[in-house]
Design a protein around this ligand. Structure first.
Ligand SMILES: Cc1ncc(C[n+]2csc(CCOP(=O)(O)OP(=O)(O)O)c2C)c(N)n1
Ligand SMILES: [Mg+2]
Length: 694
């Protein structure tokens, strides 16, 4: 239903207000219809979102993935109706997973009518990959703003590498809207601190200072001086005292664009549930429908027809088309022309930009990957990884990342000539120093990946606990991020239980879509990277040893290329008809191999299966899986320095698992291996027992 509310011609203010109130009432109606959702914040922030989108942002609704677009992040994701309204009103087009623009809208009015219902393109929270125009998935508070820091770092790096005189290929800005929750969560502080350190003047956070969260007024738990905190970090802090004053908002955004050398933080004083006579400024406006009667009263206060639902008055679509539509189309057209000229002048750089956008790898990306000769002393997983990373980073210009202050331990430092550090004055540097901020590192890596860099982060495996929420979001978003996690088990023995991962493998294996890999030796590390690099829609975590692991003799044992199948027969019984299967991962594979040699010498037909990745193995055909783990061989021993949780699925009810039931202990590794049973003799004994041959 389209009706004209205000007689033509309208003044600018009238049409502005009509657009703002359309965002508000679509949000109110959608929440009311769904009987769930968050109406209050969209009611308050509609003028802000309207101003950013229609007056400021360079975003072409016709092409929501154009590389140089400004980014908009709704970190207070519960206010998703803001995004659905504006994506609908700007007629943003849908794009498919192959980056093709479709001839259909991203969010229809019907989707909004079906807010929060199955298959609607207006789900409860902003979901990247599900709705075109959403730049990142948000909902867990603080993640959005932290991710926006990754986007801002990416823009700086892209600009430094690809811009040339008169060719500003990458010069976009990032706008992130957040609320009290994002300010309270630690991840926001970590990210805010790093953003200022890196002088990210392309980044603007707008803080919805409404003093309301779910339990009531923020005075119950949050009384700090946020402005002073951000000043302390080194942000440019501005304040707009009235969230309805679009001119002041626009002015503040202009100040942001003119501010160099630091990010901008705009405190916006707002009233949650604006216009609601009974619910404005209360927590009730946060997370429940207003109720039919209140909706009527609110609409009356907006000068809106009280009974109209999902109304988009005449002139609203047109006004967005004349604002962001025209500005975005022009910006994109000019950029395309610029890029064509750039392509002619710098064809190689342009090819890189294009490949990156499609998440492709450059030709020769795996050139010079090392091959490690057999060596009983071997090399640590982390050392093998360091060598691989240094090769990949030279072959893939947009391979970019770093560690949360553990670079020397994680062996993630890129040491080749001109690798350099990423800092304010060296934005082409390839080593990003996250500082001791694992949680925001996870989100920043997501932000880098959303900006199409091939991004990685690193820390000790135990501290995946500190970044897990971001890792999980990366999996939801289907981002091909990489986390290099060393000290994967008890290898740092003396550090004790606080540093010995136990439940981490099980917990990461449980994240849908995430590829968890624990390679057994240096060549498995290489193959793990070869596999991971070719992923385009899945995050991967590598668990790598701190201590040297024997480099297996691949002339005697099967090729490490079996990593690409998740699990493979590494050593088989003579004649290939095993009576017992030993399954190991990581450092325990060589223990299993030693046990196997003893068993075979005793005339026991054992097989060793190296199983670096459950996830990858699960994707193989039943036939392949049965060939590795023949169903008729019930005598199976799994050995892994981690929680036994879940191993029943591979050893079955009659199998045996040598794993961890406690948090470990502080002692040299050798003693821990003895204490907890990670020795060949114990594997041999378990195998004999299962076969009834003691
Ligand atoms: C990490 C996390 N913890 C808790 C929640 C649940 N939650 C959703 S909204 C909200 C209150 C947010 O308050 P604020 O950010 O001020 O938003 P406003 O109500 O002002 O829109 C909470 C606790 C969440 N989404 N994420
Ligand atoms: Mg609030």
């Amino acid at each position: 239903m389209n009706t004209t509310l205000i007689s033509q011609p309208m003044t600018g203010i009238e049409i502005d207000q009509l657009c703002i109130n359309s965002i508000r009432t679509l949000s109110i109606d959608a929440v009311q219809q769904a009987k769930s959702g968050h109406p209050g914040t969209p009611m308050a922030l509609a003028p802000l979102v309207y101003t950013i989108w229609n007056r400021v942002m360079n975003f072409d609704p016709q092409d929501p993935i154009w590389p140089n677009r400004d980014r908009f992040v709704l970190s207070n994701g519960h206010a998703s109706m803001l995004l659905w309204s504006v994506l609908h009103l700007t007629k943003t087009r849908a794009v498919n997973a192959d980056y093709e623009r479709l001839n259909q809208p991203s969010v229809t009015l019907d989707d909004i009518r079906r807010f929060r219902q199955l298959d609607s393109k207006a789900p409860g929270h902003p979901e990247y990959h599900w709705v075109s125009g959403v730049e990142t998935t948000t909902g867990p508070l603080g993640q959005g703003i932290a991710t926006s820091v990754g986007m801002a770092i990416a823009q700086k790096w892209l600009g430094a590498r690809y811009n040339r005189p008169e060719f500003d290929i990458f010069d976009y800005n990032i706008y992130a809207v957040c609320g009290d929750g994002c300010m309270m969560e630690g991840i926001g502080s970590e990210a805010g601190s790093l953003a200022a350190h890196l002088g990210l003047d392309n980044l603007c956070w707008i803080y919805d200072n409404n003093h309301i969260t779910i339990e009531g007024n923020t005075r119950i738990a949050f009384t700090e001086d946020v402005a002073t905190r951000f000043l302390g970090y080194g942000w440019n802090v501005l304040r707009v005292g009235d969230a309805n004053d679009t001119d002041r908002i626009e002015h503040a955004l202009e100040v942001f664009r003119k501010t160099k050398g630091r990010p901008t933080f705009i405190i916006l004083d707002s009233h949650i549930g604006y216009g609601s006579p009974h619910k404005q400024d209360t927590a009730e406006a946060h997370g429940e429908p207003l109720g039919d009667e209140e909706v009527r009263l609110v609409k009356r206060s907006y000068g809106w027809p009280e009974d109209a639902k999902f109304l988009v008055p005449d002139g609203v679509y047109e006004h967005f088309a004349a604002g962001i539509g025209a500005r975005g189309a022009k910006a994109r057209r000019e950029w395309m022309e610029l890029f064509d000229a750039y392509k002619a002048k710098y064809p190689e750089l342009a090819t890189e930009v294009e490949q990156m956008q499609r998440r492709e790898l450059p030709g020769g990306w795996d050139r010079n990957l090392p091959v490690f000769p057999a060596d009983p002393k071997g090399i640590a997983g982390r050392d093998a990884s360091g060598k691989v990373l240094n090769v990949l980073a030279q072959n893939i210009p947009w391979f970019f990342g770093g560690s949360a202050d553990l670079g020397p331990s994680n062996r993630t430092l890129l040491t080749f000539e001109h690798a350099g550090d990423f800092q304010v004055n060296s934005p082409t540097g390839k080593n990003l120093h996250f500082g001791i901020r694992e949680h925001s590192m996870g989100a920043i890596v997501n932000g880098l990946s959303l900006s199409k860099l091939r991004a990685y982060g690193a820390t000790f495996f135990i501290f995946t606990d500190y970044l897990r929420p971001a890792l999980r979001l990366g999996a939801i978003m289907e981002l091909p991020t990489i986390f290099v996690c060393t000290h994967d088990a008890m290898g740092d023995g003396e550090d004790g239980p606080t540093h010995q991962p136990v439940e981490h493998l099980a917990s990461l294996r449980a994240i849908p879509g995430l590829v968890m890999l624990r390679p057994a030796d240096a060549n498995e590390v290489v193959e793990a990277y070869r596999y991971i690099m070719q992923l385009r829609h899945k995050p991967a975590v590598l668990a790598l040893s701190r201590q040297p692991l024997p480099t297996l003799d691949r002339r005697k044992y099967a090729s490490a290329s079996g990593v690409a199948r998740g699990a493979y027969v590494l050593a088989d019984a003579p004649g290939g008809n095993p009576e017992v299967i030993l399954i190991g991962t990581g450092s325990e594979v060589s223990v299993a191999v030693d046990a196997h040699e003893t068993l075979v010498a005793e005339g026991i037909r054992s097989r060793v299966v190296s199983m670096p990745s459950w996830d990858i193995f699960e994707q193989q055909t039943q036939e392949y899986r049965d060939s590795v783990l023949p169903p008729n061989v019930k005598a199976r021993v799994a050995i892994e320095q981690a929680s036994t949780f879940g191993w029943e699925r591979y050893v079955g009810a009659s199998g045996h698992v040598i794993g961890m039931k406690t948090f470990g202990a502080s002692a040299p590794l050798k003693e821990l291996q003895r204490k907890f049973g990670f020795e060949p003799d114990r594997v041999v004994a378990a195998a004999r027992e299962l076969l009834g041959r003691r």
